[in-house]
Design a binder for this molecule. Structure first.
Ligand code: NAD
Ligand code: MG
Length: 380
């Protein structure tokens, strides 16, 4: 039996990971952690019987403890709870399906404890890749991507020498506002931005996909996962989300992974890597599929992507500013406190005043996050 723990088990990736667990009969789940949805977490506890569960707020944890007092599951809370679930003795893989850079500390602790990481939580790698990748190497731990593009890249690298990679072609759907110009985005409402053409995902990443900040985060994520320069990564808009990403080699050969949009494939691939397993679901039908289109990304309208390249090139603490500013700006947009276009204006403003720290420690990353939040809060 394979044993995994999941941070963010009630979210989009978390629940799909549990579907993969259900479909395969050889995975146990000794640890689950979630933010606040204790109703769903209770159901998951009853079904998967974990030894540990964690909820962010102590108040919710208390309520959950009462609800599941008839089970053997111990309920913890806060950062201590997240870390306890991340380092459990019996688990081999930690699935980081939590959203935001709050995942940094638990991920680092899990690597120190020798756990392989099935990484969905891109914000962690974007902000702390320079700490995580060397640590993983030192601890002989694998960081396996759960992002569809990065999983496609990993699949396209199989059987080839990584030294012969010329560039990475990171595909993007372009989101719901592809083809629009700035003036058409002035009055975008939360409901409009939450309509992704191809993928059903958590709210934060859905907004990020609409601004193309998600693609920017993925460029930096790819830089760390595959040890390439950001300028070796080219974003290619492919609106149908059929090609999940590609790798171009020195001789000009391009390898790609194609498929229907279903996150269960990257999740299952990460959990069983390098083995492939049967996965039920829709298949690509090339007789019905009439065309696959390609476009250059519009980095003037969606200049969050341009800012991501800038942050990724500079490295240091600038990617933390890019990410932290986006996290807070998006949550403010979701709360209808800022307008759609302000998301990117806020990121640009925070980046423009930041004094870059070249190789920030974990403390400096967290301080940079706090300083970025402070600047945003004092904007008006
Ligand atoms: P989501 O909002 O659906 O789920 C987030 C999960 O994290 C929830 O279970 C929530 O309870 C938990 N969480 C949030 N704050 C927490 C806290 N303080 N303590 C404990 N748990 C907390 O998000 P999602 O779409 O599943 O995305 C998760 C991560 O995966 C993100 O980093 C996202 O960028 C990445 N990702 C998602 C998809 C997708 O298809 N959804 C694809 C690629 C990458
Ligand atoms: Mg992705």
């Amino acid at each position: 039996m394979k044993k995994i723990a999941i941070l963010g088990s009630t979210g989009s990736i978390g629940t799909q990971t549990l579907e993969v667990v259900r479909e395969n009969k050889d995975i146990e789940v000794p640890g689950l952690a979630a933010g606040s949805n204790i109703e769903l977490l209770e159901e998951q506890i009853r079904e998967f019987r974990p030894r540990l569960a964690a909820v962010w707020s102590e108040e919710k944890a208390k309520e959950l403890r009462t609800r599941v007092s008839d089970t053997d599951t111990k309920v913890l809370s806060g950062m201590d709870g997240l870390i306890a679930v991340s380092v459990m003795e019996e688990t081999e893989i930690l699935v980081t399906a939590i959203v935001g850079m709050i995942g940094i500390r638990p991920t680092i602790e899990a690597i120190k404890a020798g756990k392989d990481i099935a990484l969905a939580n891109k914000e962690t790698l974007v902000t702390a890749g320079h700490l995580i990748m060397p640590l993983a190497k030192e601890k002989n731990v694998s960081i396996l991507p759960v992002d569809s593009e990065h999983s496609a890249i990993l699949q396209s690298l199989q059987g080839n020498d990584r030294k012969q990679v010329h560039k990475i072609l990171l595909t993007a759907s372009g989101g719901p506002f592809r083809g629009k110009k700035q003036e058409e985005l002035l009055n975008i409402r939360v409901e409009d931005a939450l309509k992704h053409p191809n993928w059903a995902m958590g709210q934060k990443i859905t907004i990020d996909s609409s601004t193309m900040v998600n693609k920017g985060l993925e460029v930096i994520e790819a830089k760390w996962l595959f040890d390439v320069d950001v300028d070796q990564i080219q974003v290619v808009v492919q609106p149908q989300s059929i090609i999940h990403s590609m790798v171009e080699y020195m001789d000009g050969a391009v390898m790609a992974q194609l498929g229907t949009p279903d996150m269960k494939l990257p999740i299952q691939y990460a959990l069983y890597y390098p083995e492939r397993r049967y996965l039920p679901g829709e298949r690509l039908d090339f007789w019905k599929l009439s065309k696959i289109e390609f476009e250059k990304p519009d980095m003037e309208t969606f200049y969050g992507l341009k800012l991501a390249y800038q942050a990724g090139r500079a490295g240091g603490s600038l990617p933390t500013v890019f990410n932290a500013a986006n996290e807070l700006a998006v949550s403010k947009f979701l709360n209808r406190e800022v307008k759609y276009l302000e998301i990117i204006e806020i990121i640009e403003d925070c980046m423009s005043v930041h004094q870059n720290i070249l190789s920030p420690t974990l403390e400096e990353i967290l301080e940079t996050e706090a300083a970025t939040y402070e600047r945003i809060e004092s904007r008006r």
